[in-house]
Ligand binder design. Structure first.
Ligand code: SPQ
Length: 429
């Protein structure tokens, strides 16, 4: 246990930081680089525990991957060069590694077993196992293949047309990656747009992929071609500082080179809807992904309603948005976010428990949270639920708390943001 005692912070936050590379894009860059023919350099790679699980998975299948500071060098030799791993592959806490790798492993000509930590072991895998089985995958495991540990006997797959029953980029990606090896056409349709980094990365690596509104089709088994990738800053990591600057009086913080892919920028829309001062500068596009600098300056906030199509665009930011809402006048209602119940922990229950224990006034609903603001946060001892996003949200909450906040364990932060405390310190002058 890595307990942390945080004292109230009576000053403003200021300065400029560059948050680490995007977690979702880093995973995908490793996967495509390992499957491609040729050498791929991935710069500004996120060196967090989750992305390293994906790196380790490919190393255990014989791919040489070197790390030089924040650049990853992947010696891709095409899918034919991947070898049967000698040991079970450990996915740790990483849902993205688990779901995306299941798609790939289903079509590779060998046997694999995979497992995760106790938190990943509680997350549903049937959402990917079911469509993969429709493609011909041979997967078995706990709960009839619904949870890790799972065993995958790679086999020939057939393309399918699959409409996502859940708003999940991981399910979409698993089917598309399996589609790389399937006979015929694989088409995935979604009702609500989810993050599209897999599609962008497949395009960048010259896959034969067609995107027509909410339908994505992958039609060939041609080898991917290596491409250098720059990973923009993770807006899900930037979110903690966007909220910190918006709630700590007199603050102004600039975040450089943050990914601004439209499928991820829901938090910017919410900040604007709540009256926050947010500026976007230096917009650009690299490796098929847009990015820019964000500056947030403290001002009074008011409540809003967050529901419908915006939810997948900010799903991972909801814990810290709930904190933001405790510092806004009026009521904030979050709906249609039932997916939060199956993340690293049940994030609806965790957010309500942590923030209510600190003195906020809020209630959980089946698919969201209702927050009654504005409330002073008093402080106290809370659990971070071994969930990186809950832990970082609680650290930011401590900045506006009146008394000490004690967190039971903050080691989970290394999953997505190993330098979080260093960056936070840089804004506390
Ligand atoms: O990888 P993991 O553990 O699933 O990570 C989380 C997170 O908070 O970092 C969710 F717990 O992000 C997911 C996100 O919620 C990452 C992701 C992706 O890279 O494709 C997609 C989202 O999950 P989903 O289930 O909606 O596809």
């Amino acid at each position: 246990m890595n307990e942390l005692k945080l004292q109230p912070y009576p000053k403003a936050l200021s300065g400029e930081i560059e948050v680490p590379g995007d977690k979702s894009i880093s995973h995908r860059a490793v996967i495509m680089g390992a499957l491609a023919n040729g050498k791929t350099h991935v710069s500004h790679f996120l060196d967090g525990e989750d992305c390293m699980r994906t790196v380790q998975a490919f190393r255990s299948m014989g791919v040489t991957i070197e790390k030089q500071e924040s650049t990853l060098i992947i010696e891709g030799r095409g899918i034919g060069a991947l070898e049967e791993p000698k040991e079970p592959i450990y996915f740790g806490n990483s849902g993205t590694t688990a779901r995306l790798m299941l798609g790939l492993l289903s079509g590779l000509p060998f046997f694999t077993t995979v497992y995760g930590d106790p938190y990943l072991s509680n997350r549903p895998m049937d959402r990917v196992v079911n469509p993969l089985k429709q493609m011909g995958a041979v997967i078995d495991g706990r709960g009839d293949g619904s949870y890790v540990p799972l065993a995958i006997r790679g086999t020939k797959l057939e393309g399918i047309h699959y409409t996502l029953p859940v708003k999940s980029a991981q399910v979409k990606s698993a089917v598309l990656l399996a589609g790389l090896y399937a006979e015929g056409e694989t088409k995935v349709s979604e009702h609500t747009a989810t993050r599209n980094h897999t599609e962008n990365m497949l395009k960048a690596f010259h896959a034969n992929i067609t995107i027509d509104g909410m339908h994505t089709t992958i039609t060939d088994k041609e080898p991917l071609r290596a491409t250098d990738v720059y990973v923009p800053g993770d807006i899900s990591s930037a979110a903690f500082f966007l909220v910190a600057a918006a709630i700590v009086p007199d603050s102004s913080v600039r975040l450089k080179n943050v990914g601004l892919n439209q499928t991820r920028t829901g938090i910017i829309d919410v900040l604007k809807a709540m009256g926050a001062m947010i500026e976007i500068n230096n917009q650009d596009s690299i490796s098929g992904e847009s990015l820019g600098d964000l500056t947030v300056t403290y001002t009074a906030l008011h409540g809003t309603t967050i529901e419908g199509d915006i939810i997948p665009r900010l799903i991972d930011e909801i814990p810290v948005i709930a904190l933001l809402a405790t510092q806004a006048d009026g009521t904030t209602i979050i709906r249609n976010a039932e997916e939060l119940r199956v993340k690293e922990t049940d994030r609806i229950a965790a957010v309500v428990d942590v923030l209510s224990s600190l003195g906020a006034n809020m209630e959980a609903t089946e698919d969201g949270i209702i927050i009654y603001g504005k409330t002073a946060l008093k402080g106290g001892k809370v659990s971070a639920y071994n969930d990186h996003r809950i832990a970082m949200m609680a650290v930011i909450a401590s900045l506006v708390a009146q008394k000490e906040v004690i967190l039971d364990d903050v080691s989970s932060i290394a999953v997505s943001y190993p330098e979080f405390f260093k960056d936070l310190q840089n804004t506390m002058n």
